[in-house]
Write a protein that binds this ligand. Structure first.
Ligand code: HEC
Length: 167
């Protein structure tokens, strides 16, 4: 019995070694196109906006209007946006983009998790849940900005460039 186990290990070990040696470094496998501000402005922001604007209320001179997906096409757009936000978490984790191995990865994973929830509730056509998950998504964005992009979190704060901006 022991012998069987050992021989299986004997076959596996060289295979694993081979795979490890032949795997190209991550950076060689793909070509990042957007830098960080571009990824935020062209991928994350517009798609998060689609999600946030899908359900809610707007108030104008004519009163209060409810926003909700009206058609199957509207719902598909909400689902598409949620998929982009979720997958963008993976883009943030790429070598060359990730700013560290700790909190950055945790927050990128949080974006994937909330993006996946966003997809699920859109697929369920659950308006209230789209609204609630949207709020959580917003929190994930601002949490990372609070750590890595203070100017983004408070774009109109005149003290953003001041030495004591952390207070
Ligand atoms: C894992 C960290 C992280 C997460 C999560 C994150 N961001 Fe960012 N974001 C950044 C960093 C870092 C910058 C600053 C980029 C720079 O200026 O170098 C930034 C900047 C931005 C900017 C400004 C881009 C510009 O034009 O300069 C926008 C808009 C933005 N993020 C939107 C979002 C939205 C919307 C979400 C959530 C759906 C989000 N971000 C989630 C890290 C993150």
């Amino acid at each position: 019995m022991n012998g069987g186990r050992r021989s299986r290990a004997g076959i596996l070990t060289p295979l694993i070694a081979l795979v490890a040696c032949s795997a190209p470094a991550d950076e060689d496998r793909y070509t990042a196109v957007a830098d960080m501000p571009e990824l935020m402005a062209h991928v994350l922001e517009p798609n998060a906006q689609v999600y946030w604007r899908a359900v809610g209320w707007i108030i104008d001179s004519e009163g209060e209007h409810e926003l909700r997906p009206e058609s199957e096409e509207d719902w598909l757009a909400v689902e598409n946006a949620a998929f982009v936000v979720a997958e963008a978490g993976n883009l943030l984790m790429m070598d060359g983009r990730a700013l560290d191995d700790g909190p950055w990865m945790t927050m990128s994973q949080a974006l994937i998790d909330i993006g996946r929830r966003a997809v699920e509730v859109a697929e369920q056509r659950d308006e209230q849940a789209v609204f609630d998950v949207g709020a959580e998504m917003y929190f994930v964005c601002t949490q990372c900005h609070a750590t890595y992009a203070l100017e983004t979190l408070r774009p109109s704060d005149e003290r953003a460039g001041a030495p004591d901006q952390g207070s």
